[in-house]
Structures are given as C-alpha cells and as structure tokens.
Design a protein around this ligand. Structure first.
Ligand code: MG
Length: 401
C-alpha cells in the first residue's frame, strides 16, 4: 500500500480529468476518491422489488419458522423489523419471538446475485474503477478534483440505484477505502457521508477500533492490551509498537487514524479473503452430507471468484459444532490457483481431515460449515498481498447489515 500526497499538494504523477464525462475541466490536480456503496437491507430490498405490497412491514429473509423448529439465522431484516430488535445473524427462533408479525421469506441467492450485477452495471457507468467487496458492497474509485465533485457522483449513483433498481443504498465518500466504508456505516440507512481528507482523523478518532474494516474481536483484544480502544488512541500509539503487534496492518491502522490518505490501487484492492457458509436446518451427523455441502459451497465460492477473475493462495474449511465450538483447517498453496476442481478437491480433503480428527472418540454433529479462500490475487496481475484490511476477515456472504 502506498501513500499519496494530500489532494491539495501536486502529486508526482499528476492526473487530469480529460475525458471524464459530465465534469467541468479540472482546475486542480486530481486526487483519488473512493465512493463506497453499501445497499441497505439488501436481501429484503431485492424481495420487495417482487412484492412491493410488503413495503413498510417487518420483513425478514431467512428460514421461515413456520417450516418447523429452525436452527438457521436471520440473513437480512427490514428496518421495520429491526425496530423490534431483529438483527442479522440472530437465530431465527429469537427473531420470531421478538417480532411475531414479521413476514418471512426464504433466501433466493440467485436473485441477489443478479441484483448485485445490476448494481455494478450502474456503478460502471460512472468514470472510475468499480471493485466489488461483497454481494451488497462495492467501491467506485474516482479521480476527481474535489470533495464536492465526489459527492455529486455519489448522489447520482444513489438516485440511479433507487430510481432504476428500487434499491436503497448508503454511501460513504473519502480518500481511502477504510474511511469511506466507516463513513458508509454512519450514513445508514439511505444517507451519504462525505469525509474530506483534512477531517478524516477527527472523524474516526472517537470511534471504537471495531469500526475499522478488518478489526474483529481478536485484533480488538490485542489492541486493548496495548491500551487502545478508540481509533484516536491508534494515532497516539508508537508506530513501532503497532507494527510489532500487527505487522503491516499496524502501519495501515496508524495511517488511517492519522487521517493520512492511503492509495489503494483499485486493480489490486479486492478483498483478501472470501468465504461461503451454510447453517444446516438439522445438525449433520453423516460424512456424506458434509461432503455434499462442502462441494456445493466450494463450487459456489469458486464461481464467484471466477467472475471477479481472482485466484486463491490458501483454502480453509471450518466446522461449527452443535455445541457451538469451532474448529478449522487451512492449507496454503505453493502457488495461487484458480478453477473449480482444485478448490473442491482441497476443501473436501480438509473437511475429511477435520471430520476424522475432531470426531475421534466422540460423536458430535455439525451445525455450520464454511469454506474459505484467502490470499486472493487478480488473475493477470501482480499479487495483492499488500492491500486489504482483513486481519480477522470479513464475515463472508452469509449475513449483512
Ligand atoms: Mg448492506
């Protein structure tokens, strides 16, 4: 990851806006801006396109409780349902108790993938590079002269998504992806938050370190032991200490907290890991079923990597057992791979190893299975290891806000 000069300083490789449609000729050198787009209650919003009569009602996408006692979780909840305390990743039984009048809709992932492609098409109309981060999040990297110009594009994107696709979105605008994503969280639902580079440090300072993409419970705990709880504390920490604790991610966190604009080359800034998971309606106690599920998940994952022209450098399989404990096995590859067959084969082998070693002497059924790929790189490009804020890793395509 490289630093860039602040937008008001002339960068060494100065870019100009020749050929950017709809923008006045630039007076100033261009800076890179990130418009981060996060669709609001995405799965629910997709369903409402087909069933507009449900608008304004509490709607939950997840395993309907009417189909018997379910062990699944809420995948997406409308804001009306959230008023009852319903939240993504909540067990369906809990959500059903909190909001008995909710309308439940079983998930239709093909529909959501299609909507996600439509969203990317809208983003691609705008001059810039589109990088998808998950089924309902993407960033548009722009070279424009000012915060105002970036905001104007964000407003247009939001209006087009609503008018043409009936999909509400929240947008964050900043000069780094991390700050733009944090701004998006603050914009929810349906807003736009713009953070100019000179305000970035004060904007993030009061927030918990957990607001930073890639900081999960493990990193949070590690930072807490260093006396760091808010992002502002990171700015005061000694860089060498952060680096010792977190490697290059520590450097990135320090830069983020100090509001230093960080250039993320759009071509290599995709997410560093991807996973696909499944929670079974009934805990699984037979290898055949495990194998079938692992194959399906690995195929899904492989197809989604393929669409984005990504290769993977390691593969992992994790089981969440019926007692909620979790075990995983990860294998690094000597060279990045692509394609369905090697991913499926390796995932099944890892699952088999895990199944045999973890069940030795005790029979415990599996509740949730996940297949994960890490160290992702673009197919025809240099490797992407410098980028990405995924230390604990994002949750994958399972649940979302
Ligand atoms: Mg979302």
């Amino acid at each position: 990851m490289q630093r860039v000069a602040a937008p008001n300083e002339p960068p060494s490789g100065r870019r100009r806006a020749e050929g950017l449609p709809g923008l006045p000729p630039p007076e100033t050198p261009l800076a890179r801006w990130v418009v981060y787009v996060d669709l609001d209650a995405f799965y629910v919003a997709c369903e409402l396109r087909d069933r507009p009569e449900l608008a304004g009602r509490p709607v939950i996408v997840g395993p309907p409780p009417s189909e018997g006692p379910s062990r699944g979780v809420v995948l997406s909840a409308s804001y009306e349902a959230r008023k009852f305390g319903v939240a993504s990743a909540q067990p369906a039984v809990v959500a059903a108790r909190l909001c008995p009048e909710a309308v439940w809709i079983p998930p239709d992932f093909a529909k959501y993938e299609q909507a996600s492609r439509e969203v990317r098409e809208v983003l691609r109309r705008h001059a810039g590079t589109v990088v998808p981060y998950s089924i309902d999040e993407a960033a548009l990297y722009l070279d424009v002269p000012s915060a105002g110009a970036a905001r104007a594009i964000a407003e247009r994107v939001q209006a087009e998504l609503r008018a043409e696709l009936s999909l509400p979105a929240s947008l964050g605008v900043a000069t780094s992806r991390a700050v733009a994503k944090i701004a998006t969280d603050r914009a929810k639902p349906g807003g736009i938050v713009v953070v100019p580079p000179e305000e970035a440090a004060s904007f993030v300072a009061p927030l918990s370190v957990r607001a930073v993409p890639g900081v999960g419970p493990k990193t949070e705990e590690l930072l807490r032991r260093l006396g760091i709880e808010q992002i502002g504390d990171l700015a005061k920490a000694r860089p060498s200490e952060l680096r010792r604790a977190l490697g290059s991610f520590g450097d990135e966190l320090g830069a983020l907290a100090r509001g230093e604009p960080v250039l993320e080359p759009a071509t290599v800034s995709g997410p560093r890991s991807r996973s696909s998971d499944r929670t079974f309606a009934v805990d699984v106690d037979h290898w055949d079923e495990v194998e079938t599920a692992v194959r399906t998940l690995a195929e899904e994952l492989s197809r989604s990597l393929d669409r984005e022209r990504l290769r993977y450098g390691s593969v992992g399989v994790a089981f969440r057992w019926a007692d909620f404990s979790r075990t995983q096995r990860v294998r690094s590859l000597s060279a990045a791979r692509e394609g369905v067959a090697p991913l499926v084969e390796l995932a099944v082998r890892l699952a088999r190893e895990l199944w045999e070693s973890e069940r030795a002497g005790r029979r415990r059924p599996i509740r949730t299975l996940s297949v994960r790929t890490e160290r992702l790189t673009e197919r025809t490009q240099r490797q992407a290891s410098l980028d990405g804020f995924a230390v604990d890793g994002p949750a994958g395509p399972g649940t979302m806000e």
